[in-house]
Design a protein around this ligand. Structure first.
Ligand code: FAD
Length: 258
């Protein structure tokens, strides 16, 4: 058993940010990462068309800004480049293929006991290979919805299951909402964004989609749950999803595509 001052679990953006902050304070640490690379959800498990859903000023990691020439909504490739540069800049070297299985605090020794072992898994890159196939996407978070969209764009007969109520906002609404949150209470921002969402997307219940009773930003603040962000903008959404949802859901399933 090795003794470490600080153990960071995972080398996603949060783990990398923590590592950079610790190194700024000269606090030693190790990072245990179950995959074979940093930011695995971005490098291995995200689709090609992905962009950050939030404007870049809300997404940069501490002590290193995005390059000025980066666009407002940073594409996956540029985000990955930024994270790689971040790792080089702060000299971060995670221990890869170490899955943390448990972490327990020992009252006697006043230490955390962290157990880790080796690991790996599968991936979705693009809808190309699913053309004309029936595909069911399980999970209606941002990834599930964007994968469903990607599949529909590639001609797959796509359905998605919405297990829980969700909010749909455009990137611009999220941008506006996040900016307004600096000056106004979440309840007011929620009220305005919900009004906008209803104006742009209309009544979603006819497609089997229910909006949560709590507002999108209050939910984010209380339980860290982001609304589903419309990454193809209002017109694209109206043109693509509006049309395809019109096929009508059954028992909470929403079909995308034809
Ligand atoms: C489609 C989409 C768009 C998004 N857009 C934005 C955006 O615009 N802005 C934004 O800020 N966020 C966005 N996010 C949120 C996104 O989750 C975060 O940006 C970021 O990836 C979260 O970083 P994280 O380090 O907390 O988690 P992750 O990126 O999930 O990293 C966690 C890491 O921990 C590792 N790990 C997990 N369990 C273990 C274990 N037991 N042992 C060892 N290693 C482990 C994983 O392999 C992974 O590398 C988006 C997410 C999605 C899916």
């Amino acid at each position: 058993m090795e003794e470490q001052a600080t153990i960071i679990v995972g080398s996603g953006p949060s783990g990398l940010a923590t590592a950079a902050c610790l190194s700024q304070q000269s606090i030693p640490y190790i990072i245990l990462e179950r995959e074979d690379c940093i930011a695995s959800i971005w490098k291995k498990y995200s689709y090609d068309r992905l962009h950050l859903h939030l404007a870049k000023q809300f997404c940069e990691l501490p002590h290193m800004s995005f390059p000025a020439f980066y666009p407002t909504f940073v594409p996956k490739k540029m985000f990955i480049q930024y994270l790689d540069d971040y790792v080089s800049h702060f000299n971060i070297s995670p221990m890869f293929q170490r899955t943390v299985e448990s972490a327990e605090y020992n009252e006697v020794s006043k230490r955390w006991i962290v157990r880790a072992r080796n690991a790996s898994s599968g991936e979705y890159k693009s809808g190309k290979e699913f053309k004309n196939k029936n595909v069911l996407v399980v999970g209606s978070g941002n990834s599930g919805v964007e994968i469903a969209l990607d599949l529909a764009n590639h001609g797959a007969k796509t359905s998605i299951i919405f297990r829980r109520p969700v909010h749909f906002l455009s990137r611009e609404m999220v941008y506006l909402g996040l900016t307004m949150l600096k000056y106004f209470p979440a309840s007011l921002v929620d009220f305005l964004m919900l009004m906008l969402s209803k104006l742009v997307y209309g009544e979603l219940t006819k497609y089997g989609i229910i909006r949560p009773t709590e507002g999108p930003f209050s939910m984010k603040i209380k339980c860290g749950k982001y609304p589903v962000v419309d990454v193809v903008n209002g017109l694209g959404r109206a043109g693509l999803i509006g049309k395809t949802l019109a096929h009508g859901p059954t028992h909470g399933q929403c079909p995308f595509g034809v």
